[in-house]
Design a protein around this ligand. Structure first.
Ligand code: ZN
Ligand code: ZN
Length: 252
């Protein structure tokens, strides 16, 4: 089980972007593919889906993409969202336009509901309420100890591999620092140091990139200057640098 997890992480490390974001994406894609294939017509799963008002926008989009790419149709997605549409119709049917007075009353009722831990029914699902987000986040949380173990136990492979990767994103670095540093102090320290040195290394390159965009400068950008801001955004988002390629490149 641990070996399987380590293999999966080793795969994720070879991809562009943050290893744990990659692991999250793999878990999410696997879950959605399985969900479309196995759970759409499974009454219990469907009931849970409808009860939770579906997935967050990002995962709705991803589910439709996976289904149309893998199966050529959006049948499962349509089945789910047809059902959910009916549920939503029931919930919003009795809606009345808000007056100033009723808005105040609603805010007051919302405050009470929140205090009592009751969820308002019709909201857009966010990452806090989306089942797919939860699956991905759980997968990452359980994978972190394996990653940190391997990182210090097998430095030749893991630390070298990590150096060649885009590094952890800020979110996952913070997760490791906040929740795992007590149990894995050495790995956490090394990853923290690595993040700092990457950030510090990139500062002058980004400064040079900025300077070269001054109206009176004509020096061409180096390859590194073209790449560095993308790597910085990778740190802040977890998205691979390539996802930033379509925009922002100055033609020299
Ligand atoms: Zn990440
Ligand atoms: Zn989600």
């Amino acid at each position: 089980m641990v070996a399987l997890a380590a293999n999966r992480l080793a795969e994720a490390l070879k991809q562009p972007g943050c290893i744990l974001c990659n692991h999250y994406n793999i878990a999410v894609i696997k879950y959605l593919d399985h969900f479309i294939y196995m759970s759409v017509n499974e009454p219990k799963r469907r009931e849970e889906f409808v009860e939770s008002l579906g997935f967050c926008p990002r995962h709705i989009h991803l589910m439709a993409k996976i289904e149309t790419e893998n199966y050529g149709e959006a049948l499962g997605t349509t089945i789910l969202y047809e059902h959910l549409s009916r549920e939503i119709i029931k919930q919003i049917k009795d809606w009345k336009p808000t007056t100033r007075q009723s808005a105040a009353l609603r805010n007051w009722l919302d405050t009470i509901s929140n205090c009592l831990g009751l969820k308002r029914k019709v909201t857009r699902n966010t990452s806090e309420t989306c089942r797919v987000c939860e699956i991905g986040e759980d997968a990452v949380y359980y994978a972190i100890p394996t990653f940190l173990n391997e990182y210090t136990r097998n430095p030749e492979e893991w630390q070298t591999g990590y150096k060649a990767s885009d590094g952890l994103c800020l979110f996952h670095l913070r997760m490791i620092m906040d929740d795992f540093a007590v149990d894995y102090p050495e790995a956490a320290r090394l990853l923290h140091e690595d993040a700092l040195s990457r950030l510090e290394y990139r500062i002058p390159i980004m400064k040079s990139y900025i300077t070269k965009h001054s109206y009176d400068k004509t020096d061409p950008l180096t390859q590194e200057e073209r790449q560095t801001w993308k790597q910085t955004l990778t740190f802040f988002t977890g998205f691979s640098p390539e996802t930033f390629i379509p925009f922002g490149d100055r033609k020299d």
